[in-house]
Every structure is written in structure tokens, then in C-alpha cells.
Design a protein around this ligand. Sequence first.
Ligand SMILES: [Zn+2]
Length: 189
Amino acid sequence: MYFPDLTPYRYFWGFRQPARNCGWLDARHDFAVGPVTDDFLAALRVLTAMPVVRALGFHVCNLCATDARPGFTDERGVRQLLGSAEIRAFHPRGALFAAPNLLLHYVEAHGYRPPDVFIEAALHSARDPAAHAVRLRDYEADRQPADEASLIAWDEELEADQRRYAAAASEAASSEASGIRADSREPER
Ligand SMILES: [Zn+2]
């Protein structure tokens, strides 16, 4: 599942609080690489130990040459598969970011460097894990009731999004020489 960084998060239906995507990487799309601080990695481990949207299927890292499933063991010794859940990071100025828990693997194994605003949010959220837990609980509780019709509409919207992103990506590839970045546009609703 690929979403460009900082686009509106709509993958898992029903959360009322809007969020932005971060770290939904795919081998077919370029991503930012660069060094990150140990503080950020430590923050990411704290957030990874506090997953949301668990076990809704499994995302495999398709940047890896093998189909190995990366894991993560938190401070309490709890082992999690990366690719089986999501994480959230709250920015002190109010933005919320939604990332797959594979983000930790993308940073450690593939040199991915998330946008600065996500790094700020992760550092902020991990600074006080108890407060983060409360925010996550409130966030997860604030969901629209799921009914079949809206779930079907959601699937269709998601598919339409994916088609738009795919079209934008191929457009970007063909217009790279002219310096146009198709993924900098907001997706049309
Ligand atoms: Zn990988």
C-alpha cells in the first residue's frame, strides 16, 4: 500500500480526527533518504511499542530483496511483526501523522528519512508515553460506527485514490525533465 508522505490519511476507515500519511513506502516510488538522530530512532521505538489498527492483514516490505518479515521487540519483551499495525505521532502544533509500523524498519534498514514535521511529532509524542497512550485511546474511541454501505463506499474511494496516485506517479515520471512534481498536488476529492 503506497501513499505519498503528508497526503491525507484515509486507509483505515472511520477515525474522525484527520491525519496525514507518513512512511507508506513502495519499491516503485522514490523516497527521501538521509541520516536520522539516535533520539528519533529511540522515539520511533517508543511509538512502535504502542500500535494502533493491529492485525488488519500484513504489509510486506517490498524494498527488501527477500520476503523476510521484520520484527521488533519492545522494552517489555513484547515481539511485534512490523507490517501488522500502524503508529500515530501527534505534533505539538496539532497535526497528526499515521504511519505503518514498518516505518521503523524503513528507517533502520533502508535509510528512509521522514519529513521533518513527522520527526518533530515523533519526538514530541514519545517524550511522554503515558500522555501518548491517553491521546491514542481518545483517538481510537472517536470513530464513526461502521456500517456495510459506508465501508463499501470507503473501499471505492480508496481504490479511486490509488488510481489517482498511480496516474500522478506515471505523469511525474514522464514529466520529470520539465521539473513538474505531480505528487506535490493535493489529491482531488
Ligand atoms: Zn525492507
